[in-house]
Write a protein that binds this ligand. Structure first.
Ligand SMILES: [Zn+2]
Length: 146
């Protein structure tokens, strides 16, 4: 088994707000991130695919294809967007790094046809990142409780 990782960057803005909370609770829980005008991040996304290299090509999957998938599924959808309002997959969710990484997993997983998606790592800042491994074994990645 070999895992291969590709990295892409996108810039997007967001704000944290839970409509079920009072304005005071929103400010207390989310602090500056509750600013209604939002704020931006330069996100760095690392996508890891695991598999056996194809003996004919020596590759786990076609890197050009992975680049194209990341471009169409993630960059075109999220780059220079206000994540709360412009990304339908995040509608009704607080666009935390955790929730964005889960959405990215769900967008990419069905598109990986050789090898399998192993990890989605999303950096919100250089010293903060989250790892997503799918939906707790409910998907096809075989992780987590069965
Ligand atoms: Zn933020």
């Amino acid at each position: 088994m070999v895992s291969i990782t590709r990295k892409v960057e996108f810039s997007a803005s967001h704000l944290y707000h839970n409509p079920a909370f009072s304005p005071e609770e929103n400010r207390r829980v989310f602090g500056k991130c509750n600013n209604p005008h939002g704020h931006g991040h330069n996100y760095v996304l690392e996508v890891t695919v695991k598999g056996e290299p194809d003996p004919a090509t020596g590759m786990v999957l076609d890197l050009k294809e992975l680049k194209e998938i990341l471009q169409t599924e993630i960059i075109e959808r999220m780059d220079h967007r206000f994540l709360n309002y412009e990304v339908p997959e995040l509608a009704g969710q607080i666009p935390t790094c955790e929730n964005i990484a889960s959405v990215i997993w769900r967008l990419l997983e069905p598109r990986i046809t050789r090898g399998r998606l192993d990890r989605v790592r999303l950096f919100e800042t250089p010293d903060l990142f989250v790892d997503c491994y799918g939906d707790d074994g409910a998907g096809t990645n075989g992780r987590g409780p069965q």
